[in-house]
Design a protein around this ligand. Structure first.
Ligand code: ADE
Length: 232
């Protein structure tokens, strides 16, 4: 049976999964708490990575090297970039990129990682398909989209930056971990998908909306994660 690694950055995203899990083993590595056990009758390792790209990348590598997880799902919330997205809509990642890599002085485009064969990391098509189909069934066509997600170590809360990210990267939403998880998975050849529910619109109202909607948004991502692993 496949063992999934499930990563959430924050308590709001992880506690609600842990409550539903049968935990067999808890292990602390690099200050992170890994919960190995059963969710929806499937073998999983659940972990709160902490916020930001470095935390998420370290966490992903431990899941792969120490726990030998075979697929990784990142669950959580994000700021909407696309005008067609409302708060509480869901984005299933097709690909991810770090928008804050900048070696433009050497002729690279923003977001391009120097001397790597790619800077845009693709989620596993089969996981994307399953997540999208399950999401359609649970949330309806208006509530779920597929597309590119960009990540950086910034909470985006201005219209200028929101528009820049949407235009430059053709991304549907932004958050602070997904692309680094994607890169770590790519480097280890581990399939992954990122599921993000919109907690805000990454604009001037983002702080207030985030506080209002983070719990509800995290709950919706959690429901979809359960739908995905239930079937495997
Ligand atoms: N996570 C949720 N909303 C976000 C935003 N506006 N910027 C970055 N990460 C987020």
């Amino acid at each position: 049976m496949i063992q999934y690694g499930i990563i959430g950055a924050m308590d709001e995203e992880v506690d609600i999964l842990q409550e539903e899990m049968e935990v067999h083993l808890e292990k602390e590595i690099a200050g992170l708490h890994f919960y190995q056990g059963v969710l929806e009758k499937k073998s999983v390792v659940l972990v709160r990575s902490g916020i930001g790209k470095v935390n998420a990348a370290v966490c992903t590598q431990i899941l792969i090297s120490e726990f030998k997880v075979e697929k990784i799902i990142n669950t959580g919330v994000a700021g909407a970039l696309g005008e067609d997205l409302e708060i509480l809509d869901i984005v299933v990642s097709t690909e991810l990129q770090q928008y804050d890599v900048d070696a433009s002085k050497f002729g690279y485009k923003t977001g391009e990682i120097p001397r790597m064969d790619t800077s845009i990391f693709s989620a596993e098509p089969a996981l994307v398909k399953k997540a999208y189909e399950k999401g359609l069934r649970r949330f309806g066509e208006k509530g779920i989209k597929k597309g590119k997600i960009v990540s950086g170590d910034t909470f985006v809360s201005s219209v200028e930056m929101k528009h820049r990210l949407e235009k430059e990267f053709k991304a549907r939403c932004t958050e602070m971990e997904g692309a680094s998880i994607a890169q770590a998975c790519y480097m280890n050849r581990v399939p992954f998908v990122v599921i993000r529910t919109m907690s805000d619109k990454a604009d001037g109202s983002a702080n207030d909306n985030y506080k209002t909607f983070v719990t509800k948004a995290a709950f919706r991502s959690k429901e979809l994660v359960k739908d995905i692993i239930r079937e495997e």
